[in-house]
Ligand binder design. Structure first.
Ligand code: 3DD
Length: 422
């Protein structure tokens, strides 16, 4: 049972000491966010702000929460996925006085109850990953929206939904699309997902990747990362797509592009990274070889149709933590990781701290921007300013001790001289 006290609900406070050590480890690998914490902990520009956050409770998120609080904000937190909360980290935040409502394995009803506890705090800013918090505010607590200066969104699926919401005229406050920052999208989604998805598969199965046929559904930033790292481990990678442009990119990156119907009988390991539902369905399961491993690294658990699998494979059992064996009538076994939820967070610890450092620097700076100018921003989905991307990338390079060249005045004149000719 979880521990319920007046202002948090976590698995058990006893886990706090272990969680604190994880957070300290992450702080050592997030130099950009720590530099921003030192820069703003005196002036406290978020003083008076109440931030409701709904984002995977990991050691990296704890560093973000502590940085927001150091900048003066009151912060209340829930997880954005029923299986991704690291219970010891949640306990460390609770022990540190953060109103946090999150534990691994909560039900869907409890998931929304946790979000509601953070809404009850009366947020003036929201920080979301998958738009469940924003959607809950708009749909179930619309009276609270008038007090919200603005919000941010961390992931591709969330930004897509919020752009649709804005287009439908249903959005009630401005949103900054943190996911679409170059220093997030091109790093967290590619290098983070690439490493953490393989990490989740290996922690759940410990299978050898070398020589295996590794099927990646979706060649967006996340799928590209997973394909790149699986190839690096010696797997033979097949890519499936519905969009001709990423399909072409995959082909020119040296991956064989096929339809899922062709991949189904060939694959040893399948990972979905599409953001779309029903990517792997009944007919694919029926065609798979004995021992096929299926997992997902997209935000929601709709990409692998487990209802279909349950119908063709009525017998199932947990054969390893995070690994369920579905047995078909003819004896073939299909293994599903993390109940079809994002395998990198539900099966491992999510992306490494070094890439989350930049994602969360974007979150932090976007919170500052909304606190300063949220009221004046149009109710729409906004990109982060290019200067912010440049600032974060330069800060990151600096922490790595990497120096780059600088354009001379003459070169800048040349670049902007449209009459320069050949
Ligand atoms: N996400 C992946 N790893 C994470 C970590 N270590 N902490 C917090 C969140 C983490 C999810 C993000 O990559 C988010 O950008 C997404 O879902 O796209």
């Amino acid at each position: 049972m979880s521990t319920r006290t007046q202002n948090f609900k976590v698995r058990s406070l006893d886990l706090a000491p272990e969680g604190l050590k994880k957070v300290e480890w992450a702080e050592q690998h997030m130099p950009v966010l720590m530099a921003l914490r030192r820069k703003y902990e005196t002036t406290k520009p978020l003083q008076g702000m109440r931030i409701a956050g709904c984002l995977h409770v990991t050691k990296e998120t704890a560093v973000l929460v502590r940085t927001l609080r150091a900048a003066g904000a009151e912060v209340a937190w829930s997880g954005c996925n029923p299986l991704s909360t690291q219970d010891d980290v949640a306990a460390a935040l609770a022990a540190d006085g953060i109103p946090i409502f999150a534990w691994r394995g909560l039900s869907v009803e409890e998931f929304y109850w946790c979000i509601d506890q953070t809404i009850a705090m009366g947020p003036t800013l929201t920080l979301d990953d998958g738009a469940d918090l924003i959607f809950s505010l708009h749909n179930r607590h619309p009276e609270r929206c008038k007090d919200v200066l603005g919000g941010t969104e961390e992931t591709t699926t969330g930004v897509h939904r919020l752009r649709a919401m804005a287009a439908a005229g249903a959005l009630r406050y401005p949103i900054i699309a943190v996911n679409d920052a170059e220093t997030k999208w091109d790093f967290d989604n590619v290098y983070g997902t690439g490493q953490s998805s393989i990490d989740g598969i290996l922690r759940s199965t410990n299978v050898l990747l070398a020589g295996k046929v590794f099927v990646v559904a979706g060649y967006g930033h996340c799928g590209k990362g997973a394909a790149m790292r699986a190839r690096g481990m010696g797997a033979r990678v097949l890519v499936t797509e519905v969009d001709p442009i990423p399909a072409l990119k995959a082909n020119l990156d040296g991956f064989q592009v096929v339809r899922m119907d062709e991949a189904a009988p060939l694959g040893d390991i399948f990972i979905t990274a599409t953001g779309m539902k029903d990517v792997i369905v009944r007919r694919h399961f029926e065609a798979m070889k004995d021992g096929a491993i299926v997992c997902n690294t997209g935000h929601y658990d709709c990409e692998i149709n487990l209802r279909d699998l349950g119908e063709v494979a009525p017998s199932r059992r947990e054969i390893r933590p995070n690994t369920e064996e579905y047995r078909l009538p003819d004896g073939r076994r299909i293994f599903v990781l993390a109940q079809g939820r994002l395998v990198n967070l539900a099966g491992a610890e999510g992306h490494p701290s070094e890439v989350m450092d930049m994602s969360f620097a974007n979150q932090f700076l976007s919170m500052l921007r909304l606190a300063r100018e949220g009221r004046g921003l149009p109710v729409a989905v906004h990109d982060i300013p290019v200067e912010q991307d440049q600032e974060i990338a330069a800060l990151k390079l600096n922490t790595m001790g990497i120096e780059i060249d600088v354009l001379t005045e003459d070169q800048i004149r040349y670049r902007d001289d449209y009459a320069a000719g050949t």
